[in-house]
Design a protein around this ligand. Sequence first.
Ligand code: FDP
Length: 342
Amino acid sequence: MSSSRPISLMRFLIEEQRAHQHINADLRLLIEVVARACKTIAIAVGKGDLGGVLGEAGSGNVQGEAQQKLDVLSNEILLEANAWGGHLAGCASEEMDDPHPIPDVYPKGNYLLLFDPLDGSSNIDVNISVGTIFSVLRCPDGVTEPKAEHYCQPGTAQVAAGYTVYGPSTLLVLTLGHGTHVFTLDRELGSFMLTRRDLQIPAQTREFAVNMSNQRHWEEPMQRYVGDLLAGKEGPRGKDYNMRWVASMVADVHRILTRGGIFLYPWDRKDPGKPGKLRLMYEANPMAFIVEQAGGRATTGRERLLDVTPNALHQRVPVFLGSREEVDEATRYHREHDAAGA
Ligand code: FDP
C-alpha cells in the first residue's frame, strides 16, 4: 500500500463535481446520503446475534420470498435517510411492491433511487458477506409523482450505481459513469476512503461462478458452455477452470471485479415462467453498469443487459457478467444456438 493517505468519499465526490463536472450538487448529496445509510446498515449487520437482528421477519416481499429482519431494517434505513434531503423524486426497493413517494413535508428533487437493501440475505444468519445494491436514474421531465412506469428505464439511462459489501471489511464500489472506484470504510473515522481508483477487470479468466445444482434445468447452450469449461485443458477451451459460488451476488461480483471471472445466473426450466432469478432494476442493471465501467461485459446471454427495455419494476432477467472475453464467449454459445434454430 502506498504511503499517501487515501482521500475520503466526500473529497472524491467534491472533486468529481468541481474539477471534472461529472456530477452536480444534488447527485453528490444523494451518493453521500446512500453511503451514510450503508454505514448504518454495516453497523447493524456487524452486531449479528448481539443486535437481535438475525432470523426471519415473518413477512414476505413482492417476489414471494421470506424477508429477513435485516432486509426490513435495511430497507427502512435507506428510506428514512433519503426522505428529507430534497434530492429525490422517489425511491423503489426490491422489498416493496410499489415505488415509495417522498413525503409531502419535504422538497423533491430530480433523481430516482432504486435499491436492493440487503442482497444475499439468505447468507445473513451464517455470517457470510451480504451487501446493498443501488441504481440512480433521472426522473422524467414534468413528473412530480413518479409511478412504476417512470422507473422502467433501460440500464443505459443510469447516472450512477454502486454496491456495498458487508464483509471482513465494508466496501463501497461506485460508478458515476466515469470508471469504477472502490472505497473502504475506515471504521475508526467512520468514513469511506478511496482505496482503488479506476478498477479494471482482467479481460480473460479461468474462474466461473454459477449455482451448479440448477444444471439439469439449464437450456442447451448453457449446458454446452459450462460443459466445455468443465472439460478443462483437454476440452475445446484448452484450460482448466476453477469454480466459486458464494451465493451473495455482491460478494461474487466483487471477487470478479478484483481478480476476474464470469458470473452466471441463466434462465432455467425449474420455474420456466420466470425469465431469470435476478432482478433487472435492482441487481442486474447496477451491476452491469459497474462491470462495464471496469472494462467488463454484461449480457443476458443474448443481448447487452444495459440495453434491455424494462416492462415491469420487479422484472427478472438472466445475468452473464464479468471478464470481457469470457462473457463474449458464453454469449456466443447462446447466439449461435439461436441462429442454428432460426
Ligand atoms: P438471495 O436470494 O440470498 O438474496 O438476490 C438474489 C441472490 O441472493 C443473489 O445475491 C445470489 O447471487 C443468488 O440469489 C443466489 O442464488 P441461489 O440461491 O440460487 O444460489
